[in-house]
Design a protein around this ligand. Structure first.
Ligand code: UGA
Length: 465
């Protein structure tokens, strides 16, 4: 977006992963994001460059955005909760050892509160004499699938700095960059720690809304209320607001879970166990929602799905992205596989290789063979539904709304033989029963009445019978 909006600024994106950089320089960009390809192709080679020469880029830059992965730690202190700052540290050390002039270093990755302080210590301890490094925190608030519009018209841009004159000057330099397209009043400046914590707080509050509406969805199903009606009614209260109240099979993505766990870890480190428990409950509710949905599929299909074919439509964590990180679709598929079902999966943007990666445990050969026996990856929703007894909508892709559901219905499995009584020679007769044509709408995007008119049995998340 900076390259797009500021033709006078040269933007160089560097990564140690040569294959990734090659993909950014090719016709096949490594990620799908609506509108991104047009911008990259328009600016690439002009003021936007992708390179593997990290050191050269560090030496040439005035301002460096550190945008590396900060996954949840898998081992050691804080495993399962704390953010792994290995790449942040590696990157910071590299900047310190390579830089030959002063730099503004911008923390763009989502990091725990006070990470900037560690970065500053590393930079100051390892750099050449006479160089200055000013650290800014500039968290990103874009959402996948809408990244380009979120970046071009953000609700706000947040820039945190130290309160020193040098810190303020660095902050002003970054404000100038955003001022090329973002109205000044939307560029918020704060202290470093407020900025770092605001990122975690924003994601925690957003995820909290989803877990709240999902908790209500369970009550709706049990009472006959309709969660969309409830969300609409409460969302009209301006203090609550209407957005981010769509009940679902659970939230996914690389951020919510990770950032909440990070906040839980922070609260525990600060000896605030009640606060930690409060935030942890958001992810507990999310796990419950996914499990509850899978269980509903199983009970509807007469309490067993062993050997039954279930079509899963959508594998990405949300529509308009090929990203599957923490996708609820993957969790639901795993629940079905554990119950020995056959699962056919279709997603318009997720590559087949990614689905295999997500469903198998790397290095466990037997598990991989078993998964390959149970799972088929399909090129269309229609193909996935062929012969299935139940269809699960796991991602809210628009194309699922306009499927030819009549044709889907006809292609689904029907019980082949129904021997009503041995004395009646009905054995072998086809029964066009609707008994096995179930749709489980985990995103509340389908017109249930229309589907019922076709003959489907429909379960929609958050809607009572
Ligand atoms: C989220 C935040 O929305 C961004 O503001 C933030 O910058 C980003 O994380 C990040 O930290 O990088 P993202 O995860 O890309 O963005 O996507 P969201 O639109 O927030 O959706 C997250 C999950 O919540 C998806 O699985 C989505 O389907 C689900 N969701 C969202 C619901 O179930 N209901 C809703 O009403 C909204």
């Amino acid at each position: 977006m900076i390259a797009h909006k500021c033709p006078h600024i040269q933007v160089t994106i560097v990564d140690v992963n040569a294959a990734r950089i090659a993909a950014w320089n090719s016709d096949n960009l490594p990620i799908y994001e609506p509108g991104l390809e047009e911008i990259v192709k328009a600016r690439r080679g002009k003021n936007l460059f992708f390179d593997t020469d990290v050191d050269k880029a560090i030496i040439e830059a005035d301002l460096i955005f550190v945008s590396v992965n900060t996954p949840t730690k898998k081992s050691g202190v804080g495993a399962g909760y704390a953010a792994d700052l290995f790449y942040i540290e590696l990157c910071t050390r590299r900047i310190a050892s390579v830089a030959t002039s002063s730099k503004i270093v911008v923390e763009k990755s989502t990091v725990p509160c006070r990470t900037a302080s560690s970065m500053r210590t590393i930079l100051e301890a390892n750099s050449r004499p006479g160089l200055r490094f000013d650290i800014l925190s500039n968290p990103e608030f874009l959402a996948e699938g809408t990244a380009i519009s979120d970046l071009s018209a953000p609700d706000r841009v947040l820039i945190g700095s130290l309160g020193t004159p040098e810190g303020k000057a660095a902050q002003a330099a970054l404000v100038e960059v955003y001022a090329n397209w973002v109205p000044r009043e939307k560029v918020v400046t704060t202290g470093l720690w407020s900025s770092e914590l605001s990122k975690l707080a924003a994601n925690a509050l957003l995820a909290q809304r989803i877990s709240s509406i999902n908790a209500l969805s369970a009550i709706c199903e049990a009472t006959g209320a309709d969660v969309d009606e409830v969300a609409h009614a409460v969302g009209l209260d301006q203090r609550i607001g209407s957005r981010f109240l769509k009940a679902s099979v659970g939230f996914g993505g690389s951020c919510f879970q990770k950032d909440i766990l990070n906040l839980v870890y922070l609260s525990e480190s600060l000896h605030l166990p009640e606060v930690a428990d409060y935030w942890r409950q958001i992810t507990t509710m999310n796990e419950y929602q996914k499990r509850r949905f899978s269980q509903r599929v199983i009970t509807s299909l007469f309490n067993t799905i062993t050997g039954k074919k279930i079509a899963v439509l959508g594998f990405a964590f949300k529509k308009d992205t090929g990203d599957t990180r923490e996708s609820p679709a993957a969790t639901v598929c795993k629940h079905f596989l554990d119950e020995s079902a056959k699962v056919s999966i279709y997603d318009p943007k997720v590559p087949e290789s990614q689905i295999w990666l997500d469903l198998t445990v790397p290095g466990v050969q037997d598990g991989e063979e078993q998964v390959k026996k149970q799972v088929t990856i399909c090129d269309s929703a229609m193909q996935a539904a062929l012969g299935a007894e139940g269809i699960v909508v796991a991602t809210e892709w628009d194309e699922f709304k306009t499927l030819d559901w009549q044709a889907v219905y006809e292609s689904m499995a029907k019980p082949a033989y129904v021997p009503i009584s041995p004395s009646l020679s009905l054995v072998g007769a086809e029964l066009t029963s609707t008994e096995n044509s179930f749709i489980f709408d985990g995103r509340g995007i389908l017109d249930a009445d229309k589907l019922k008119a076709i003959g489907f049995k429909v379960f929609t998340i958050g809607r009572g019978e």
